[in-house]
Design a protein around this ligand. Structure first.
Ligand SMILES: Nc1ncnc2c1ncn2[C@@H]1O[C@H](COP(=O)(O)OP(=O)(O)OP(=O)(O)O)[C@@H](O)[C@H]1O
Length: 374
């Protein structure tokens, strides 16, 4: 089973006059040593790299990292929001920005923004695929530990109004050796203001909430909760749950499980929607029967969680803190609970997942008592 190669290949090095440390806000000249490309997206590339202060001797101890540098063209309004968001966040389940700098690429004469982040060895997309090629799915304990950490990251982000808007397995970084999980790619993230419109053409198709598909512009952080439901479902199925071939057919895939969207839902989302609503019922069985059939390898509490999360009405989808309190995660609260990462013989405690910051405790409020270890 694979993650990315641990060995760093040959590097190219260059010196930058002004690299800003995200923690201190101070800028200094630093040498950047870039290794292999570890990711490619619609907007830029991600490479592995190490950094050292220009004044430091070139000894192994002087080099920090490895980090992941995401490089995107600078000065577009859309992408500078990613830097702004990353600078504002600090959570164990959200990727941390270490440094940033702008660099002119002489090949195309474009200034690129370089975001230097902590580097994780894999993604949930790679992990799901690793199991799928062996006709397996992730162990149930891993599904729980990963899902809980996504919900915890969302509780933190949503409490500040930050909506990620592109939740999908390739944007969820993991370390399979420790089961640590961090959400990445804040290129689409936005602080949503109540009743203010935002573009509805956001989020990768398979993970798009139904209100976005019908063109809703005044949506909420509940679009991320839909994405979370799709990601949990994918861990149980080994493939994306709703695989529409185009944006409208995406709605058809959803209606195969949930039934057709209600008229009120469509009207509330977008009164001007004139696309298909697949109003012919495709099945005669009830929703719980269909969920139980689709997730025939999942426990009753997992099916219950998915049935509550994957609903048309955004207001009815639970908040992240409610999700964290769902009985599906009850095992994790037992001090005796241990999880064994693949390719390891030792077992790990997950007590740290319940060590909340003061800010998280404030957000959890009265629900804190539901998240006590026993
Ligand atoms: N901090 C990181 N550590 C390790 N790998 C990373 C890191 N950040 C990104 N990657 C890898 O690079 C890929 C692309 O990164 P990212 O999603 O941020 O770029 P993007 O251009 O916005 O991509 P997309 O168009 O797919 O949304 C990720 O799927 C992941 O495999």
């Amino acid at each position: 089973m694979s993650s990315r190669p641990a060995q760093l290949p040959q590097a190219t090095a260059y010196t930058m006059d002004s690299v800003t440390d995200n923690h201190t806000g101070l800028s200094s000249p630093m040498v950047v040593k870039e290794y292999n490309e570890i990711g490619k997206g619609a907007f830029g590339t991600v490479v592995q790299a190490k950094l050292k202060f220009d004044s430091a001797p070139d000894t192994p101890d002087s080099w920090y990292g490895p980090f992941a540098i995401k490089r995107v063209p600078a000065q577009t309004e859309y992408k500078s929001r990613e830097l702004e968001t990353l600078r504002a966040v600090n959570h164990p389940n959200v990727i941390q920005l270490k440094y940033f700098f702008d660099k002119l690429d002489p090949r195309d004469n474009i200034v690129y923004q370089n975001l230097v982040m902590e580097c994780l060895p894999s993604t949930l997309q790679i992990e799901i695929k690793n199991y799928r090629v062996h006709q397996l799915i992730l162990p149930l304990s891993h599904i729980k530990v990963y899902s809980y950490q996504i919900a915890r990251a969302m509780m933190y982000l949503h409490a500040q109004g930050i909506c990620h808007r592109d939740i999908k397995p390739s944007n969820i970084l993991i370390d399979p050796k420790t089961l640590v999980l961090k959400i990445c790619d804040f290129g689409s993230a936005k602080k949503l203001e109540p009743n203010a419109p935002s573009v509805s053409y956001i989020c990768s198709r398979f993970y798009r909430a139904p209100e976005l598909i019908v063109g809703c512009q005044i949506y909420s952080t509940k679009i991320d909760i839909w994405g979370l439901g799709c990601v949990i479902a994918e861990m149980f199925l080994g493939r994306a749950i709703f695989q529409g071939e185009d944006p409208y057919l995406q709605l058809r895939e959803i209606s195969k499980l949930l039934g057709p969207p209600g008229k009120e839902f469509v009207y509330r989302s977008n009164p001007g929607y004139d696309g298909p609503t697949y109003s012919t019922k495709l099945f005669s069985s009830s929703i719980p029967t269909r969920f139980a059939k689709v997730f025939n390898n999942a426990s009753t509490d997992a099916v219950d969680l998915l049935m509550h999360v994957l609903v048309y009405e955004p207001e009815l989808r639970p908040t992240p803190r409610r999700i964290m309190c769902h009985q599906f995660f009850d095992d994790l609260k037992n001090r005796e609970f241990r999880v064994r990462p693949r390719n390891r013989t030792d077992e790990l405690s997950v007590e740290h997942l319940f060590r909340f910051s003061d800010y998280e405790l404030q957000v959890l409020g009265s629900l804190t008592s539901h998240l006590q270890l026993y």
